[in-house]
Design a protein around this ligand. Structure first.
Ligand SMILES: [Zn+2]
Length: 160
C-alpha cells in the first residue's frame, strides 16, 4: 500500500494511544501488515514495470513526507511522541525500498522480508483503491480521534 496511507494510519494510531509511544510503534507496525493484506496497487508485469513503480514511489514519497509533517505539526507537543512512534511503526517496513534503491541493500532480516512479501494483495488495476484509502485516512485524520481542529483550540484558548 502507499506509504502515505501507512503514515496517516500511524498518526491515527498515535492519537488513539496518547502517552504510549512503544504501544503506538508496535500497533503501527502491525497496521502496516494488516493494510498490506487489503487489495492494493502494484505495477503491471512488463519491461517498464520498475519505471512505473519508481514514478509512483516518487510521488508517494513526497506525499508521505507531507503526511508525516502534517501528522507531527497538527499534534499537541505533549502527545507528539506517540504520534511520531505510531507513524514510524506504520512506515518502517516500507523503508526496504529506499534502502535498496539508494544504498543497495535491504536492512530487514529474511523472515521479515518473507512475511512482508507474503501478505501483499496486489494488482495493477487497483490505484483507485489506494486513492480511496488515502482519502479516507486523511478524512479520519482531519475529523476523527485527536483530529486537528485549530479553530476549536483557538476558541478554547480565548475562553481561558
Ligand atoms: Zn508494505
Amino acid at each position: 500500500m502507499l506509504v502515505t496511507s501507512h503514515a496517516l494510519a500511524g498518526r491515527i494510531i498515535g492519537r488513539l494511544l496518547p502517552g504510549r509511544p512503544l504501544a503506538a510503534f508496535a500497533v503501527g507496525a502491525v497496521s502496516h501488515l494488516v493494510m498490506d493484506t487489503c487489495p492494493h496497487w502494484s505495477p503491471a508485469e512488463g519491461d517498464d514495470s520498475h519505471e512505473v513503480f519508481l514514478r509512483v514511489a516518487r510521488r508517494d514519497g513526497v506525499a508521505g513526507l507531507a503526511a508525516v509533517a502534517l501528522s507531527v505539526a497538527t499534534t499537541p507537543a505533549a502527545e507528539r511522541a506517540a504520534v511520531v512512534a505510531g507513524v514510524a511503526g506504520a512506515v518502517i517496513l516500507d523503508l526496504d525500498k529506499p534502502f535498496v534503491h539508494f544504498l543497495g541493500f535491504n536492512p530487514f532480516p529474511r523472515w521479515v522480508r518473507r512475511l512482508h512479501k507474503a501478505v501483499q494483495h496486489e494488482a495493477p488495476h487497483r490505484m483507485p483503491y489506494e486513492l480511496a484509502a488515502a482519502a479516507g485516512l486523511l478524512a479520519t485524520v482531519l475529523t476523527g480521534p485527536g483530529a486537528w481542529r485549530p479553530w476549536r483550540n483557538r476558541a478554547e484558548r480565548s475562553r481561558s
